[in-house]
Design a protein around this ligand. Structure first.
Ligand code: C2E
Ligand code: MG
Ligand code: MG
Length: 733
């Protein structure tokens, strides 16, 4: 039979046996045999269960079984005295065994309870319940009992039972105030103990008040035995794994404690209880004890709350990912530091971190951030505070004395290559520094200044930049211009001009480069070098760029229709990084081509090395454009990273050699050598090379001699709204 069912069968058989016992006449041998049989069988059942099911804590079960055997021997002797010898059975030699059984049961219960981690809170809970119940016990049982019996052996013995019951009660309370989940087995043990208690108390009260030997109580003793054995036979463990949080107070437990601590005062008002002075003192002492216990419990509860709020505070001030301080903590500490003296805030922003996330996945991105956090903590001095303010932004707060070279050191540490996800990554970083001036006590303003300086550093490519008031003026100016750009776009203030790119041997206008102009009503003609960066920063470049693209395509379509073979072969449009990195750029281009009717191979987009150097969406967009048939030109080549490796990873058709190499092509020197090398690289890779900024015939001649066919510059024509291609051709010949 499976263990699952045994305990049920056991209880059913036991109940049958008890019924049989009551059917036998009182004092019959059969009755005695059944009665003792139940006790013996229960003890044996426990022993068998311990062996068969390898119960945990066998010691506890052995003690409980021993208690049962002692009790049963007591029962046999009791019946022997009463029915065989016809003598007074209570008190008698049987009581020796009865009394001996209690320590065994108590030890068993102790072993069960002791195995649980004695959390202070649980012990206090148990004490509250035990004290409350013991008071009731004293008033109703123990004290009347002691008063009724003289100081004889009988008196001692009859008060001994209820006294021991108080101990049982305490253990029971301990078992059931435990926060651990109670298994059926534990419940059965509790039931067994409660039955034993009820039987004992009933026995004491009935013999005290009615003077009879109560046979009906026998069933309680028997059921108690049965439950003990059933607990051993039940498949659930008697001592379950405990819960972590034993300090919490559920509603049920709260009610229990409330009731127990109210017991003492309530007793004072129960009219039937003729309380004497002793009772009152006992109840008073009990109330005091209860009061103290409840206080202790509440103190424990308060300290738990304190601990929890400390944990929550810590969590609220810490960055989950890196373990560094978070923005809130940084602001708090900064506020504090500002009150104590001058401080420096260094704001660090990573460059191109978004690409790491996009291309290598978030886990790698997270790893990079953790690595960076570790480096900052290593480099930053001990009395500084390193925080992650969010995303890829960090900040370090240090006292004035520490400033000086520190920001540069921080930047250098972050710029070291990072090994993550099997890649060696170079993560760029820029730092902005803000110093607190005498009046400067606003932490938010300090961080804002450091951040503004960081953005300025990013823009110019410097590693570190200090905040100055001029920076804000420039930022204010930029903000104003940004708003005006928006208005200008709506107000049609932009124009596109075209500069020819000439194929020198043939004199044909191979292409025109579209260049934007801003005719501002008050500022006059604003050069693109001034407003393009602003439009890039505020995002307007996306809208403006699309307008330029459409205008240029439409213009080429008109030339093709009007000039036929004389029309420029293609139009070259500048595209900025921000446009490229927006998903869907290729779709925008495809739509512009479709709407104008210009074939894709007649359009080139000019991108700078820096725009595509960091890879990511920008390079993806270039591949998509390439797939459309659009040509790709690398603008200002030689001024950015000048990485020849880029020519392999990025799809490129045209190399636009920067004006700086052209300027000095006529002098024998480094620039001429580079210009010469670049034409060879282009030829080797099958790229078209365009020399930009050709201003003189001598330069044109020198370039042609070195193999450059495609030239662009003032020598052939300035960028104008409506170039005269015949004139251009004349200049080329
Ligand atoms: P870029 O793409 O390298 O354009 C060439 C610049 O060199 C143009 O300046 C052009 O006028 C100038 N240039 C051409 N030949 C000569 C010459 O012989 N001598 C001298 N000194 N300069 C010459 P521009 O039009 O002021 O444009 C400056 C930059 O602004 C462009 O450099 C480009 O990066 C950006 N830009 C211009 N138009 C646009 C546009 O429509 N979209 C975007 N995203 N950027 C544009
Ligand atoms: Mg260009
Ligand atoms: Mg250029």
């Amino acid at each position: 039979m499976g263990k699952v069912q045994v305990w049920r069968w056991w209880l059913a058989a036991g109940v049958l046996a008890i019924t049989a016992y009551y059917l036998m006449p009182e004092g019959s041998t059969a009755g005695t045999l059944i009665y003792s049989g139940i006790g013996l069988a229960s003890g044996l059942a426990i022993l068998v269960a311990v062996r068969r099911y390898r119960l945990p804590r066998p010691g506890m079960w052995y003690w409980i079984a021993a208690g049962m055997f002692a009790n049963t021997i007591g029962d046999i002797l009791y019946d022997h005295y009463k029915y065989v010898l016809d003598k007074e059975a209570y008190p008698s030699f049987a009581d020796v065994f009865y009394l001996a059984s209690y320590p065994c049961t108590l030890i068993g219960l102790l072993l069960l309870v002791r195995g649980r981690r004695g959390k202070m809170a649980e012990l206090v809970d148990a004490a509250i319940v035990a004290t409350g119940l013991s008071l009731v016990f004293w008033v109703f049982v123990l004290h009347p009992m002691a008063a009724a019996t003289a100081a004889t052996l009988t008196g001692v013995i009859s008060t001994a039972y209820p006294a021991i019951d108080v101990l049982l009660l305490a253990l029971l309370a301990r078992l059931f105030t435990d926060a651990a989940k109670r298994t059926p087995s534990t419940l059965l043990i509790g039931l067994a103990t409660a039955l034993l208690l009820a039987a004992d108390i009933g026995f004491s009260l009935l013999t005290l008040h009615a003077g009879t030997d109560p046979r009906p109580l026998d069933a309680l003793f028997q059921l108690s035995y049965l439950c003990w054995a059933a607990a051993a036979l039940h498949p659930s463990p008697a001592a379950p794994a405990e819960d972590e949080e034993a300090n919490g107070v559920g509603r049920g437990r709260l009610a229990l404690f409330g009731a127990c601590s109210l017991l003492a005062p309530v007793l004072l008002f129960v009219p039937q209880v003729g309380m004497d002075g002793l009772d009152r003192s006992v109840v008073a002492v009990g109330s005091a004890v209860l009061f103290l216990l409840v206080i202790a419990r509440m103190a424990g509860f308060a300290s738990l709350l304190r601990r929890q709020s400390a944990t929550m505070r810590r969590a609220a001030l810490q960055d989950d990912l890196t373990g560094l301080a978070n923005r809130r903590r940084f602001d708090l500490d900064l506020l504090d530091a500002l009150a104590h003296g001058p401080v420096h805030v260094v704001f660090l922003g990573l460059n191109g971190f978004k690409n790491v996330n996009d291309e290598l996945g978030r886990p790698v991105g997270d790893r990079v951030l953790r690595l960076m956090a570790g480096r900052l903590q290593r480099v930053a001095p001990a009395d500084s505070l390193v925080a992650r303010l969010g995303g890829d932004e960090f900040a370090v707060l240090f006292p004035e004395a520490q400033a000086g070279r520190r920001p540069a050191e921080l930047v250098a540490a972050l710029r070291e290559p990072v090994l993550a996800g099997g890649h060696e990554l170079l993560v760029g970083v820029a730092a902005g520094v803000a110093e607190s001036a005498g009046d400067q006590t606003d932490p938010v303003e300090m961080v804002r200044r450091a951040e503004a300086a960081m953005h300025a550093a990013k823009q110019t490519g410097e590693p570190v930049r200090r905040w100055t008031a001029a920076l804000d003026e420039r930022a204010g100016e930029r903000a104003r211009m940004g708003a005006e750009l928006q208005a200008g776009l709506a107000d049609d203030q932009f124009r596109v001009v075209y500069q020819p790119i000439v194929d020198v041997p043939s004199g044909r206008v191979a292409a025109v480069e579209a260049l934007v102009r801003w005719q501002h009503p008050e500022r006059g003609l604003v050069p693109p070098m001034v407003f393009i960066p602003v439009a890039e920063q505020n995002g307007l470049i996306v809208e403006l760029g699309e307008w330029i693209l459409r205008t240029a395509c439409a213009r080429l379509a008109r030339w093709r229709a009007g000039l036929g073979d004389e029309a420029p072969g293609k139009v070259s449009v500048n595209v900025s990084a921000r446009q490229l990195s927006r998903p869907g750029f290729a779709d925008t281009v495809a739509a512009a081509l479709a709407d104008s009717g210009v074939p894709a191979h007649c359009l080139a987009v000019e991108v700078t090395e820096t725009a595509v150097f960091e890879g990511g969406q920008a390079v993806t967009a270039l591949h998509e454009l390439r797939a459309l048939g659009v040509r790709i030109a690398l603008d200002d080549f030689g001024t950015g990273h000048s990485s020849l490796g880029l020519l392999q990873t990025v799809p490129v058709d045209i190399l636009k050699v920067d004006k700086s190499f052209v300027d000095r092509i006529t002098e024998a020197g480094r620039h001429a050598v580079i210009a010469e090398a670049l034409i060879q690289v282009s030829a080797g890779l099958g790229l078209d090379a365009v020399a930009e900024g050709v201003e003189t015939a001598a330069q044109a001649e020198a370039l042609s001699r070195r193999g450059y066919r495609l030239l662009q510059g003032y020598h052939f024509g300035r960028p104008v709204a409506d170039p005269d291609f015949a004139l251009v051709r004349a200049a080329a010949s």
